[in-house]
Structure formats: structure tokens, C-alpha cells
Design a protein around this ligand. Structure first.
Ligand code: AMP
Length: 544
């Protein structure tokens, strides 16, 4: 028997319509370096209609891909809403990719139009000649002269195109299962892989972002969106904001601690989201230049394990709760959020908050051992995390090209993350499967060691990798970045660590480094650290 309910498709068009009419007075603003360049959602709606006319004029009339090579800003939000609502597919390009990877993903997705911020045009210029599918480049926030295009590409001014458009657009009917947006993720091997979100997956994920036990985004929020729009769709905040009318603050290219502190002071956001490295930098900034940030009712941290020491500092010194979350590009990205269950307080609540969080109803999870067998949810059995659900990828774009890492198995996404799950559904990750240190048949969590070392007051950052060992197979090596102006003695630091970890886990190899290398999305780049170790460029002190 079928239901008697209407079959209204869950589309981004619906979010665009709601956000720009019912919550028309909410606003999105972009930081210019000294102030906020804001537009309210009514204006946003009109500019989206104008952009749609412009893109139609450039031949976007079906599911063609429109790339964006932009910072988080007003224009990027306009593209986020317009491109999928026209029935086309938004392809967010990571401005920090190596040129060859960038050319590869543009070609693989067959982008026809690229919107580019003038400030990053020089990066795009390098590879446009290798992009045969691209026919138009549209320049935002700067002169068209910023783009040097080969003959097959026409360059346009974004504002000129919008000026020629109209305030209304006849948005088409769209199947909720159709592609809305795509984002490439860098695997451990081979080329980047495309994750293609549907209207439906984005709609359902947006609801999860807004849920009280999710990221809790509400119409009362003014949210600072630090996670790049080219990284896992800014963790879904731009679309979720349209669902509830939350206002957004976009930092544009001002992502260093000092300008971020200025943005906080000027715009007083009520929530913000970013990877731990951003918040570590912010803590150091606030230590040097104290500032009240208690207007933030929460900050959401994910993308890498959040060091507990950082959570305590934010809460105890700055009165801002840090909410830990886990996810990946393939999971839209929200997979779990660490909010303690009802009635739990004190240290027990902290123990819940340190975890990667609890799975929501939309995410089914299991952990699987090396033998492929499912392991129990008992808080101690460890295995690879696998997930499924309506906003979890079931394949990469062009599955006929094969799945070199066999990321999908029987309808489950193999996350490559290793961890355990408690009986009440909280996930604790111990490592990436490729980062776990295999020592004498036992596994050492690089993340546990990093968290313990980063709790030392003189340590700014620490990264741990496994290095080959003739006796144990692998042993941990610690790369330490001391805080500016602090003297750190490695032997003493090792003694400090010995108080927190089992003796057999205590690393013998230590090195000071100036900075932990970071990936294009700001995570610790252990691949590069391993390469530095292999080429002998780390100055290592060995303990016995
Ligand atoms: P990306 O697709 O670039 O967002 O990367 C996803 C990966 O980031 C996950 O598979 C995890 O390895 C890692 N990650 C995300 N959130 C967390 C977290 N809270 N703790 C530890 N690792 C995380």
C-alpha cells in the first residue's frame, strides 16, 4: 500500500526559495579585511536569479558541471544555490590542489564554466590550457584581466553578467535524486575521486546539521563558516543556513589567526566550525592578545581528532564549548557529533565529548575486523568503521573506472578509519588505518600519543608516524613543534608522556620540526612527514 502523502521532491531549489523569502532579512556577509560586505537573503535570491540567467546565456541548460575556484564568500554562496537549482551540477574546486590534480579534476568532471575569484586566478591560469572542456571563465571580485585564458575560453565579469540578468528565474522541476554538487577527495593512492551529492542527500543532511543533537544550527545563529566551501561543502553549513535562515559570516581569504580574531570581534558570531589546526592557532592568538569570544555559544571541531587539551582550554579559559564531530567528504560530511546523553555530567560528560560522537538515525555504522567479520559495540573491540545511509556515498563518480581502494562493500562505505563503538553508539577513532603504528603485533594509536603530547603546555603541535623497526616492525616517531619562545627538553617531554601511555607504547624516536606539514585542507600531512623521515631530513634524537 502506498502512502497518501505528497511526493514533494527534496531539492536545493526549495531551500533557496525558503531562505530567500521566509527568512529574507537574514544575511550573508564577506570579510573584506576591515569590514563585512553584507547582503540580505532577499538580495541573495535576486542575485541567484540573475546568475541563473547569466549561466543560461553561457549554455548551461542541463546537468553540465559549473566549477568554482573561490574563497568562502557571498558570490560562492550564490553559486552554491544557483547552479543546483538550475538543474546543473556545482563542482567546488580546491584552490590548494597541485596544478596537475586541479587539471585532472576539471577534466574528469568535464567542467564547462568556472567561476574564479580574481585573487586566485594566477593558480587557475597555469592550467587552463590543459582544460579542453572549459568554455567560459567568470571572474568574481576583480578585473577580467586577472584571467589569462587560451583561445577556446571566453572570460567574463561576474558583476557585468549579473547586471544584465533579471531578478526572477523560472527554476525547473528537479528529481531529488539528481546530482546537485560534487567534490573530489584525495585518496591515499591514485587520482582524486569524485563524490556526487544529490538534492535529496543535501536536503536530508542539512536537516541533520540543524538538529539539536547535530550541529544545532538555528535561525538565531550568526555562523562563521571557516571550513572552506571547497572542502566537504563547508560541512553543509551554507545549505543548512537556508533551511532555518541562519545568518552567515564568510571569512574570504582571511584565514590566519589575527584576521580571524578581528572577524570574531567585529561580527560576534554565535557559532563557528573548523579543523583543529585553525583553533590551535586561534588559542595562541588569544593567549598573546586576549579577547572576549564568549559570544560563541559553541564551536564545532572535526576533520581531525580534536585534542582534549584544546577542548578544555576553550571551555575553561574562554567559556566556549567545543563540540567534536566526525565525518568525511564521502559522508556529506556529518557522520557523528559528540553531545553527551541525558543526565551525564562532570568527568563522564567529558569522556563522551572527547569521542568522535554519536551516530544519528541517518547513519548506520559497524566496525569490521581484519577477517571481514563485524565486531561488537562494546567500547573496546577495534576495527575499520563502515557506514551507510541517505547522505553517505555509495560509489565514486564514474564507478566504471574501478575502485582501486575497494572503498565500497555490500552497500557500505569503508571509511579507512579505525576505531571502536560503545554500546550507546559513540564512536572513538583510534587512527586512520594507514596511520596506525603496528608494533610487535600490537597497534599503537598515533592520535592517542599526539593528544597526550599536545597536552604539554610548551608544545604547539605534535605529529606521530610509524617508522620501520627491525625488531618490532614499526615504532612511533614523534615530531614536535614547540610553542614560540618556549624551551622544550625532549627527555622531559618523554617523561611527561610516560605518565599517560603504556610503557611499550612510549616512543624512542623524537625530533623537533618547525611546522607539521599540512594537506590542502589543513590536516596533518603524515605522507610528507614520512617522506621527510625517509629522505633523512629530520634531526632525530633516539632514547632507549
Ligand atoms: P575529508 O574527506 O578530507 O574530510 O577527510 C575525512 C577524514 O578525516 C576521515 O576519514 C577521518 O580520517 C578524518 N576525520 C574527520 N573527522 C575526524 C575526527 N573528529 N577525528 C579524527 N579524524 C577525523
Amino acid at each position: 500500500m502506498w502512502s497518501t502523502m505528497q511526493d514533494e521532491p527534496l531539492t536545493i531549489t526549495q531551500l533557496l526559495r525558503y531562505g530567500t523569502t521566509v527568512t529574507a532579512s537574514s544575511q550573508v556577509g564577506t570579510w573584506t579585511g576591515s569590514e563585512l560586505r553584507a547582503e540580505n537573503y532577499a538580495e541573495l535570491g535576486r542575485r541567484c536569479a540573475r546568475l541563473a540567467h547569466a549561466l543560461r546565456g553561457l549554455g548551461i541548460d542541463g546537468d553540465q558541471r559549473v566549477g568554482t575556484f573561490m574563497w568562502n564568500n557571498n558570490e560562492h554562496l550564490e553559486a552554491y544555490l544557483t547552479v543546483p537549482s538550475m538543474g546543473a551540477v556545482l563542482h567546488t574546486l580546491n584552490i590548494r590542489l597541485f596544478p596537475e590534480q586541479l587539471a585532472y579534476v576539471i577534466d574528469h568532471a568535464e567542467d564547462q564554466v568556472i567561476l574564479v575569484d580574481a585573487s586566485v586566478a594566477p593558480l587557475l591560469n597555469k592550467i587552463l590550457a590543459q582544460c579542453p572542456t572549459v568554455r567560459h571563465v567568470v571572474v568574481t571580485n576583480g578585473p577580467v584581466g586577472a584571467v589569462e585564458a587560451p583561445a577556446h575560453i571566453t572570460v567574463h565579469s561576474y558583476e557585468d553578467l549579473l547586471a544584465a540578468g533579471e531578478d526572477e528565474f523560472g527554476w525547473p522541476e528537479i528529481d531529488e535524486r539528481a546530482a546537485a554538487a560534487m567534490c573530489y577527495t584525495s585518496g591515499t593512492t591514485g587520482n582524486p575521486k569524485g563524490v556526487v551529492y544529490s538534492h535529496r542527500s543535501i536536503w536530508l543532511h542539512s536537516a541533520q546539521v540543524c538538529m539539536s543533537d547535530g550541529m544545532q544550527l538555528s535561525g538565531a545563529d550568526n555562523a562563521l563558516v571557516i571550513v572552506p566551501q571547497f572542502h566537504a561543502m563547508s560541512w553543509g553549513m551554507p545549505y543548512a543556513a537556508m533551511m532555518v535562515g541562519a545568518s552567515l559570516v564568510m571569512p574570504d581569504r582571511f584565514l590566519q589567526p589575527e584576521p580571524l580574531a578581528a572577524i570574531l570581534a567585529a561580527t560576534k558570531p554565535t557559532m563557528a566550525a573548523a579543523v583543529p589546526t585553525i583553533w590551535q592557532g586561534m588559542l595562541a592568538q588569544l593567549e598573546a592578545h586576549p579577547q572576549d569570544i564568549s559570544h560563541l555559544r559553541q564551536v564545532v571541531v572535526g576533520g581531525s581528532a580534536c585534542p582534549p587539551a584544546m577542548m578544555h582550554k576553550f571551555e575553561e579559559v574562554h567559556h566556549v564549548p567545543v563540540i567534536h564531530a566526525w565525518g568525511m567528504t564521502e559522508t556529506s560530511p556529518l557522520g557523528s557529533v559528540a553531545r553527551p546523553p541525558a543526565g551525564v555530567t562532570g568527568d563522564e560528560a567529558w569522556d563522551y565529548r572527547y569521542t568522535q560522537g554519536r551516530f544519528p538515525a541517518g547513519v548506520r555504522a559497524r566496525i569490521v575486523g581484519d577477517d571481514g567479520a563485524e565486531r561488537p559495540w562494546d567500547g573496546s573491540a577495534v576495527g575499520e568503521l563502515e557506514v551507510r545511509g541517505p547522505w553517505i556515498a555509495g560509489a565514486y563518480y564514474r564507478p566504471d573506472e574501478g575502485d582501486p581502494e575497494e572503498k565500497f562493500r555490500d552497500g557500505w562505505l569503508r571509511t579507512g578509519d579505525v576505531g571502536k563503538i560503545s554500546a550507546d553508539g559513540f564512536l572513538t577513532l583510534t587512527d586512520r588505518s594507514k596511520d596506525v603504528i603496528k608494533s610487535g603485533g600490537e597497534w599503537i594509536s598515533s592520535v592517542d600519543l599526539e593528544n597526550a603530547i599536545m597536552a604539554h603546555p610548551a608544545v604547539a603541535e605534535a605529529a606521530v608516524i610509524g617508522v620501520p623497526d627491525p625488531k618490532w616492525d614499526e615504532r612511533p616517531l614523534v615530531a614536535v613543534v614547540p610553542k614560540e619562545g618556549e624551551q622544550v627538553d625532549l627527555a622531559q617531554l618523554r617523561e611527561f608522556l610516560a605518565e599517560h601511555v603504556a610503557k611499550w607504547q612510549l616512543p624512542e624516536h623524537w625530533a623537533f620540526i618547525e611546522e607539521v606539514p599540512k594537506t590542502s585542507v589543513g590536516k596533518f600531512d603524515k605522507k610528507r612527514l614520512r617522506a621527510q623521515h625517509a629522505e633523512g631530513s629530520l634531526n632525530i634524537t633516539d632514547f632507549q
